[in-house]
Ligand binder design. Structure first.
Ligand SMILES: [Zn+2]
Ligand SMILES: [Zn+2]
Length: 345
């Protein structure tokens, strides 16, 4: 029997008697990170990285939680388990499982470029690697973070000259903290949506250093937004909540913005391809660096990516899971051909 099985409740390690990121309530859940498609409520006990704990408490409420540090080895029944930085968001971890000399690694979501917030990703040697593939198409090639930050800063300055408020859209856990890092050097006049405020306060209380922000409330006077930067989650984009910022310009921060047609579809004034996931080369280099003899590819472009790995002589197979994406992909983004058309225009 394989060390980790794909069951209808999620990834299951039988000799360890635990699930990794299960999508149904189980007895013991090992959690890679606090995004809602990976960390679901209802389980009896949770194991996660220390930095993930306050985020799980925020999202799932009080529960039976156990935490570990990165690289700390613990025994769960017959297996040793350790967590290793995944570089995706604060606390995000790969899960390494060892049983009688055989090693499996579950990547969770990961990003290979160090963002200065999330911990630095490191590939882990293993026999079998289970990898995400959110951006597993060759068209996804990220610019370095610093270059994207410059693009964002220039856009903000241009908006200021035009007398417009800059509204930057990014999901509240992970992206918002990076966007904050991008704009903090050029302003101290930053407002955030309540959803981002909740995550921000949780992180500050947990001891993370983040730039100061102001919460937007119904009482915040409209004039306060003049020459300011506003951070808001995707759900706010296009809603009546935005009216208070007029005149404003909207910039979406998402890996999907790499494909220009997606920016147009979302009706954004600007798109910044700032992603919390590995790009095509990041995925490829990681799979190779693990040295795994067998690779399973989960959520994303799993069929394209696993076929490509097979062509390289790497034994890879796609696996269907119920992991989604924290930044909702544009309606047509799962259609890879459409994406390629868009990039050529
Ligand atoms: Zn995630
Ligand atoms: Zn995911």
């Amino acid at each position: 029997m394989p060390l980790i099985e794909f069951t209808d409740k999620g990834l299951y390690c039988a000799p360890g008697k635990f699930y990794i990121d299960p999508w149904q309530p189980v007895e013991k859940a090992v959690i890679t990170h606090a995004h809602s498609d990976h960390a679901r409520g209802g389980s009896q006990a949770y194991l996660c990285h220390r930095d993930t704990l306050p985020l799980l408490q925020l999202r799932l409420g009080p529960n039976n939680y156990q935490t570990v540090e990165w690289n700390e080895k613990i025994w769960l029944n017959e297996v040793t388990v350790s967590l290793h930085p995944a570089g995706h968001i604060i606390g995000s971890s790969q899960i390494r499982v060892e049983h009688k000399g055989e090693v499996w690694v579950v990547s969770g979501d990961y990003k290979t470029e160090a963002d200065g917030i999330s911990g630095t990703f490191e590939p882990i040697r293993c026999n079998t690697f289970i990898s995400e593939s959110t951006f597993g198409l060759p068209i996804y090639n990220w610019k370095p973070q610093q270059a994207i930050f410059h693009d964002i800063q220039n856009w903000v300055r241009n908006n200021e000259v035009a007398g417009k408020t800059s509204v930057l859209i990014g999901y509240s856990l992970g992206k918002a903290q990076r966007v904050l890092k991008a704009v903090a050097p050029i302003t101290n006049n930053i407002f955030v949506h309540g959803a981002i405020w909740n995550v921000h306060e949780t992180l500050i209380q947990a001891g993370h250093q983040l730039p100061a922000v102001q919460r937007i409330t119904p009482d915040t006077p409209k004039e306060a937004f003049k020459n300011s930067i506003v951070l808001a989650p995707p759900s706010a984009d296009g809603s009546p909540w935005m009216r208070r910022f007029a005149p404003y310009s909207v910039g979406i921060c998402s890996g999907w913005m790499q494909v220009r047609g997606n920016q147009r579809r979302r009706n954004a004034d600007a798109g910044f391809a700032l992603s919390d996931h590995a790009d095509w080369n990041g995925l490829l280099q990681t799979v190779q660096a693990t040295g795994a003899e067998k690779v399973y590819i989960t959520h994303g472009f799993q069929s394209v990516f696993s076929r490509y790995l097979n062509e390289l002589g790497i034994d890879a197979a796609e696996v269907k899971t119920e992991f989604g994406t924290e930044e909702e992909p544009p309606a047509t983004s799962t259609d890879s051909l459409k994406g390629e058309e868009d990039i050529i225009e």
